[in-house]
Design a protein around this ligand. Structure first.
Ligand SMILES: Cc1cc2nc3c(=O)[nH]c(=O)nc-3n(C[C@H](O)[C@H](O)[C@H](O)COP(=O)(O)O)c2cc1C
Length: 219
């Protein structure tokens, strides 16, 4: 009888682990490129805020490159594409996917260490995001919207009252990286600072505070 019980328990454990694996909601992104088609100088010269996008999806490769530019890992010790005060790394990048090849619409969290996306919310939230950004149509029209959020306490632990300005400065670095990477890929973006924080908190249900929002799409 004990033997049968043990077999049954093993079977149940196997079924649970298989279904957990099937429900795995992480998406491995393709490796980023470190060589582009245009120079940094050309990207700087051509960069402009773009608020209208073609009605076509982004490829997973393009999204991967944009996320890497924002906060990707570039050093064995964990150094990233953007500088960070005392390497405290307070920024967390989220992406609202509307239309990206091979990725279901939803809200995802970018994990720099593994270059993966973790699913946070299922379904297209662009209309609601647009409303939280005071009805700005660039947010509704873009196939993806990058959300730069911050955990201020990580930087406050070391820099106390200097931390707030450091975190906002870092968001600026990440934002400019996204602008330049978008330009290099023939994509357009705009930095959005006008939004209702409470509405965003309600919608995204994330622990960090939203600092910047950047819709990205084909120019
Ligand atoms: C902190 C900040 C907040 C901004 N907020 C918005 C915004 O809410 N909506 C928008 O369309 N553009 C926004 N912009 C983009 C500016 O309007 C744009 O950078 C400016 O007009 C200069 O144009 P350029 O980026 O093409 O050089 C913001 C830019 C910054 C730096």
């Amino acid at each position: 009888m004990d033997f049968i019980k043990r077999i049954l328990l093993i079977l149940i454990a196997t079924v649970i682990s298989i279904s957990a694996a099937e429900n795995k909601t992480s998406i491995q992104l393709p490796s980023p490129e470190t060589k582009g088609k245009i120079s940094v100088e050309e990207s700087l010269a051509k960069r402009r805020s773009v608020r209208n996008y073609q009605n076509i999806p982004l490829s997973i490769k393009e999204l991967s490159q944009i996320l890497w530019a924002a906060q990707g890992i570039t050093a064995k010790w964990g150094g990233r594409t953007a500088p960070s005060a005392g390497a405290t790394y307070p920024l967390e990048i989220y992406v609202a996917v509307g239309r990206v090849e091979r990725i279901e619409p939803g809200l995802y969290h970018y994990i720099p260490s593994s270059h993966e996306l973790d699913s946070v919310l299922k379904g297209d939230i662009r209309d609601k995001l647009c409303a939280a950004c005071l009805g700005q149509q660039s947010v509704k029209k873009a196939p993806v919207i990058i959300i730069i959020a911050a955990n201020f306490s990580r930087t406050e632990k070391r820099y106390r009252e200097r931390a707030t300005q450091y975190v906002y400065i870092e968001a600026g670095h990440a934002g400019q990286n996204i602008y330049l990477q978008a330009e290099s890929l023939g994509l357009g973006t705009v930095a959005i600072g006008a939004f209702d924080e409470n509405q965003l908190k309600e919608l995204l249900k994330i622990n960090e505070q939203v600092v910047y929002i950047m819709p990205v799409g084909k120019k």
